[in-house]
Design a protein around this ligand. Structure first.
Ligand SMILES: Cc1ncc(COP(=O)(O)O)c(C=O)c1O
Length: 290
């Protein structure tokens, strides 16, 4: 890994250390963002920074940096990276205090971490064969709209999916399908593209918003509406979306084929719109790219 950003400085990754009394480590008292960059150009940066500020406000933290500084740090990570397609990870913890106390200390300075890792190109088999998912009870907390680093239920759900020999899991709560372990959920039902409305039970995904925007701009009928478990099981198509996974077609759910068991026509259409949007970013970056 190239140099990483830690509290105001770019340092070699192996020298980037956080004290054991950091509240991010002790309490998961921290939030994060993952921003994709294509051709060295951050994608939907404004939206990601807005969500970061929203997450910080939700856990009663001030943004330690202003917009210009965030953009400069992210720009530097992109410039110094060895790959063009990147995932920029940002984490802000409440900070390090002298001792472990639950109460939020009145004087504490946040810990800011940022680093870039290459995004591996999508496995072509995903477009050809899709992915397989199971449903699992949502055991997460009631503020899944905050991009908090307390991801143990998500980690355990992914482990359960992998142990079951499938790729991912979709969370069900009170009879409704909400989202994947690290992705938002879309279905196509009776020709209508549907995603659950933003609420405290799911993350307001940046890719989700882009898919809705592309649907709106190209006249694809869509709705933001609750998806019942029954509707999920009757769907012609199921997709999972995220910044690093893009739009993944689910072709099998809990041992049952989705549609004809292959990525569906609506997915093919939306995926090509999405790839074009990505390509625009790459083209915009070209004059200054290495
Ligand atoms: C729980 C959860 N939902 C949805 C998403 C998708 O969000 P985005 O499209 O902004 O990457 C993520 C991304 O990590 C996630 O962890």
């Amino acid at each position: 890994m190239n140099k990483v950003y830690l509290n105001g400085r770019f340092v070699p990754a192996e020298q980037a250390c956080v004290p054991i009394t950091d509240r991010g480590l002790l309490f998961g008292d921290s939030v994060y963002e993952v921003i994709p960059a294509y051709g060295g150009q951050p994608f939907r940066l404004e939206q990601h920074l807005a969500r970061l500020r929203r997450s910080l406000a939700a856990i009663r933290m001030e943004d330690p940096l202003d917009d210009t500084r965030w953009r400069a740090i992210i720009g530097e990570l992109c410039t110094n990276a060895e790959a063009d397609d990147l995932s920029i990870y940002i984490q802000i913890t409440r900070g390090t205090y002298r001792t472990r106390v639950h109460r939020i200390p009145s004087t504490i300075e946040s810990t800011v971490i940022a680093f870039a890792s290459p995004i591996t190109a999508r496995d072509p088999r995903i477009a050809e064969q899709g992915i397989i998912a199971i449903t699992l009870a949502d055991i997460r907390w009631a503020r899944c709209d905050i991009k908090a680093t307390t991801l143990l239920p998500n980690v355990l759900a992914q482990a359960e999916a992998l142990e079951s020999g499938v790729d991912d899991a979709i969370f069900l709560r009170d009879g409704q399908a909400l989202e994947g372990t690290a992705s938002n959920l879309f279905i196509v039902l009776d020709g209508l593209l549907i995603t659950p409305p933003n609420s405290e039970h799911l993350l307001p995904g940046i890719t989700r918003d882009l898919v809705l925007e592309l649907a709106h701009d190209t006249g694809i009928a869509y709705a933001e509406a609750a998806i019942t478990e029954n509707e999920l099981r009757r769907a012609e198509e199921i997709w999972l979306t995220s910044s690093t996974r893009e739009i993944a077609p689910v072709v099998q759910l809990d041992d049952q084929a989705v549609g004809d068991g292959r990525p569906g026509p609506c997915w093919h259409h939306m995926d090509s719109l999405f790839q074009t949007a990505k390509e625009h970013i790459r083209l915009a970056a070209r004059p200054t790219s290495r």
